[in-house]
Every structure is written in structure tokens, then in C-alpha cells.
Write a protein that binds this ligand. Structure first.
Ligand SMILES: Nc1ncnc2c1ncn2[C@@H]1O[C@H](COP(=O)(O)OP(=O)(O)OP(=O)(O)O)[C@@H](O)[C@H]1O
Ligand SMILES: O=P(O)(O)OC[C@H]1O[C@](O)(CO)[C@@H](O)[C@@H]1O
Ligand SMILES: [Mg+2]
Length: 458
């Protein structure tokens, strides 16, 4: 972590309203307590023995939770909820939690869902909102997707968006989305500030890829890994049942290989994981094809998992972007499929290659319970933050505590699998693939060369 980022959270103003949620201020009375602004969560828990500098706001995040004094009178609140970017398991759970917490805990009665991302606030795309209440959201956590719809693009039309927020008389906006969404939310909050409006902008970080900075895990990630493991199990079964069977699975991960690495760790059926963070060659004496051939000679079947962002530096010839400015990628899964088939055809070696791309099936699934619980708690924390008048803030989970993270810090960096870190090391242990499959590097040893007791069972 950069020690220079200040994690202080902005607020709209002085809080003059007593919270209606009737919590306690004392410990030991069996009633949950309000959280004060003096409660913090240490970000970096690594302990270095020796002289420690005093702890300051660059090392701690403000604890999330209900404040005793709040900024908004619930009867005057009109809240907006928007979901942007790609789908992710748990979106509906978060929407549901926000609506229910606003309604039941604070007594807020005006809640508008913004349809199809920020575009729902832009007249050019058809201004589009949907009234929300506990009945509307009652069962939505059982289905995937988002009942509000989502969209890419539109986020830079800040003037129109804030005009619409003014017209709707919104005084809080919950933006559920990834890095782009939170950049957009920050721009919106800044425009709100320039106009001297009192609108709290709170972000709930969403990325199925799990590469949001600072937070320990993003919602939907566990669901994604669960689904991906099912796919790998099928790919392995197919591969195992054929002569030189190869199961090739492409998983999401535009810039990071977290889903791929975790899936390999969980399934123990994967022989090669290819991720954006670790370079590799396809051909040559230390390339993937060479090692794949060796694997087939030894075990007659193999499973490969590739994250969609792998190899893009080599594959993308012409830079094209989507409406949000994200790079349009070349399909690395199909590319690998063709390269593998050609290689073995050329050598007249029979293979049976099955390519599976479950990306959208994974991303549109309903959340598994562990994610549902997480979403429920994120949604509640977001409402408490907004009611207290916090703004330009996202809700995060750090060291198992819910915290407020300034949007500016949250979008300043992105998480990656560290090729030298313990996640990747353990992933290599689980696959037994060469540490580096690059010809310019000397033929690397496998992690546990020749001594892998699991090898026979894979
Ligand atoms: N740099 C930016 N500044 C302002 N708004 C942005 C920016 N990048 C993206 N947005 C807006 O945020 C919204 C979502 O962006 P995007 O499509 O990149 O998804 P995301 O939130 O990053 O989620 P995902 O993880 O699915 O990519 C879009 O409306 C987009 O216009
Ligand atoms: O096909 P779409 O909707 O552009 O989304 C694809 C992207 O969305 C993500 O799932 C992030 O939400 C990336 O992993 C992926 O690259
Ligand atoms: Mg994004």
C-alpha cells in the first residue's frame, strides 16, 4: 500500500438528526451499538518488529456502520440506486439490502431504481427510473442479474446526470459497479459539490474479477469460483474420458487472474493456468505446447484454464474500446484452441480438445449464500453511510470489517495476482505447471518436479 494516500472520508455537513434506529451506546446491555467516527480498521496488518511510526489516516479506514446522529431526515430522503458495468452475482442482493435498510430501519419511503446504468439518468437515452419498495425487492435475491438493468457508457455525461438528479430531488445515490462506475460516481459527486447540492454519493464496489483495490474480496467472486469449479470438473471428466483429451476453459478476468487461480486451487484438476499477470509463450522449448505435449505423454489428458485477459498484449493488433472505454479483447480461448489443434494435427498426434467458455453463465448466476450474506451487509453499511451524510465513499471489507474507503483512493489502483506472491505460488503447487513458460527464461523447474504425490490421481 502506498503510505501517502489519505483515507479521510468526506461528509456533506453537520449531523443534526437523531438516528431513528434505536441502538445503544454502552457495551454489555445486549443491544447493538452505534459506530462512532473514532472507530478505525487497520489496513495493513503485517507486523514489522522494531520502531513503529505512529498510526495516522494513511494506515486506517473509518469503520462503517450506523451513526447515532445522522445528516438526513428520513422523511425528506429520496434515494436513487444504479447498477452499471457487467453483471455480477449478488447485484440484486445489494439492491434488496439497500431498499430494506432504508425502508425498515430508517423509514425512508421514496426510493428510485435507475434503469440501465447511468444512461437511465440521461435524457438522450430515455430517462428511466423504477420505484422500489420492500415488496418489489422481496424475492430478487433468488435470481441473478440486476432488476434495474445495467449499461456501459454514459458515465461521462456528468452535467446531464446531475441535472436529472436535481430534477428528481435525489439526496442520495448508491452506485453499484466496478472501477468505471466508481470513477463516474466520483465525477458526479464532484459536480454535486460544485453546485453546492447536498447529495450523498456512496459506491458499492462490484467486480466478478475480484480486482478492486484495497478490499479483501468483492461480492460475487465466491459464486464465480463455485460455478467455475463445476465447469472445470466437467472439462476434466471430458478430458479424462478421451484419448489425449484436453479440456480448455476460458474464465473471466480482464486484467487479473483471480478467478482462474482460485478455480485451479479449488479444483486440483487444472494442469495449466494462464493469467494476464504472468507472461508465457505458446511455442518453443519452454512454451505451453511443449509442456502440454509432455503432459499428454505422461497422463493422456490435460486441463487448461485461461483468464480472458491473458496474452492480450500479443493478440490485440488494433485497439478498439467499448462505450465505457474498456479495451475490446481478442478471444484468447479460441486462439489457444486453434493453436493447440494445429500443433497436434501437424505432429499427427490424435487429441480430443473440448473448449468451454462459461463466462456469461458464471456472471449471471444468483449469489451463493456466502456472497448473499456479504451483499446484505454491504448494502446495510452503504445506507448507514449515506444517512450519516458520508459522500464520495465506497463500502469495503478489510480485515473482515466493513469500512468507508474514499472513492479517490479506491479508483487509484487495481489489484493483480502477484506473480511473486503466495497466491500464485500456491496455484503453481496445485497445477504443477512450470514456474515460467517463456523461452527467454531458462527452462524453469516445476514447483515440485517429479515428486508430486497428487500427480497420479489427477
Ligand atoms: N473514467 C471514467 N469516468 C467517468 N465515468 C466512467 C469512467 N469509466 C467508466 N465510466 C462509466 O461508468 C459506468 C460503468 O463503467 P464500465 O462499463 O467500465 O463498468 P465497471 O463499473 O468498470 O464494471 P466492470 O467491472 O463490469 O467493467 C459506465 O456508465 C461508464 O460510462
Ligand atoms: O462482455 P462485457 O459485458 O463487455 O463484459 C466483459 C467484462 O466484464 C467483466 O466480467 C468485468 O465485469 C470482465 O471480466 C469482462 O472482461
Ligand atoms: Mg471496469
Amino acid at each position: 500500500m502506498s503510505a501517502k494516500i489519505d483515507f479521510s472520508v468526506e461528509e456533506l455537513g453537520k449531523r443534526g438528526v437523531k438516528s431513528p434506529i434505536k441502538l445503544s451506546k454502552v457495551h454489555g446491555d445486549f443491544i447493538a451499538n452505534y459506530v462512532t467516527d473514532n472507530e478505525f480498521v487497520l489496513y495493513n496488518v503485517d507486523v514489522v518488529l522494531g520502531d513503529q511510526p505512529p498510526i495516522d489516516r494513511t494506515q486506517v479506514f473509518e469503520a462503517a456502520g450506523p451513526r447515532e446522529m445522522i445528516y438526513f431526515s428520513p422523511q425528506h430522503v429520496h434515494a436513487g440506486i444504479v447498477t452499471c458495468g457487467g453483471l455480477c452475482p449478488g447485484l440484486n442482493d445489494v439492491i434488496r439490502a439497500i431498499v430494506r435498510c432504508l425502508w425498515f430501519r430508517y423509514g425512508v419511503r421514496r426510493i428510485s431504481g435507475i434503469r440501465y446504468g447511468y444512461k437511465g439518468l440521461i435524457p438522450e437515452y430515455g430517462f428511466n427510473t423504477k420505484e422500489l419498495d420492500p415488496e418489489v425487492v422481496d424475492d430478487i435475491h433468488k435470481i441473478g442479474g440486476t432488476i434495474l438493468g445495467s449499461a456501459r457508457g454514459g458515465g461521462k455525461q456528468v452535467t446531464e446526470i446531475v441535472d436529472s438528479m436535481e430534477r428528481l430531488n435525489l439526496n442520495m445515490l448508491f452506485a453499484i459497479g466496478g472501477d468505471g462506475t466508481q470513477r463516474g460516481a466520483l465525477d458526479i459527486a464532484e459536480e454535486v459539490g460544485r453546485r453546492n447540492l447536498k447529495i450523498a454519493v456512496i459506491g458499492i464496489p462490484k467486480t466478478v474479477d475480484n480486482d478492486f483495490s484495497f478490499i479483501q474480496r468483492s461480492f460475487g467472486f465466491d459464486t464465480a469460483v463455485n460455478k467455475a469449479v463445476e465447469v472445470v470438473t466437467a472439462a476434466h471428466m471430458e478430458a479424462h474420458s478421451q484419448i489425449n483429451g484436453i479440456g480448455l476453459v476460458k474464465l473471466m478476468g480482464r486484467e487479473s487472474g483471480f478467478i482462474a487461480a482460485h478455480t485451479a486451487l479449488a479444483s486440483h484438476e487444472v494442469n495449466f493456468v494462464l493469467i494476464p499477470e504472468v507472461p508465457f509463450d505458446i511455442k518453443g522449448p519452454n512454451g505451453l505446447l511443449h509442456h502440454l505435449e509432455e503432459r499428454l505423454q505422461r497422463r493422456s489428458h490435460a486441463v487448461i484454464v485461461v483468464a480472458e485477459g491473458a496474452m492480450q498484449d500479443k493478440l490485440v493488433k488494433e485497439v478498439k474500446t467499448d462505450e465505457s472505454g474498456n479495451l475490446k479483447m481478442v478471444d484468447v480461448g479460441r486462439y489457444l484452441r486453434d493453436q493447440i489443434q494445429e500443433h497436434f494435427d501437424r505432429k499427427k498426434i490424435e487429441i480430443n480438445l473440448k473448449y468451454i467458455d462459461p463466462s456469461y453463465m458464471i456472471r449471471s448466476a444468483p449469489a451463493v449464500p456466502v456472497d448473499s450474506i456479504y451483499c446484505e451487509r454491504l448494502g446495510n453499511a452503504a445506507v448507514h453511510a449515506a444517512m450519516a451524510g458520508k459522500t464520495k465513499t465506497i463500502i469495503g471489507l478489510i480485515n473482515n470489517e466493513f469500512v468507508h474507503i474514499p472513492m479517490k483512493a479506491a479508483v487509484s489502483q487495481r489489484n493483480h495476482v502477484d506473480p511473486e506472491g503466495n497466491l500464485w505460488r500456491d496455484t503453481l503447487d496445485a497445477t504443477n505447471q512450470p514456474i515460467l513458460m517463456e523461452n527467454k527464461n531458462p527452462q524453469g523447474p516445476t514447483v515440485s518436479e517429479g515428486t508430486d504425490p497428487l500427480e497420479l490421481s489427477r
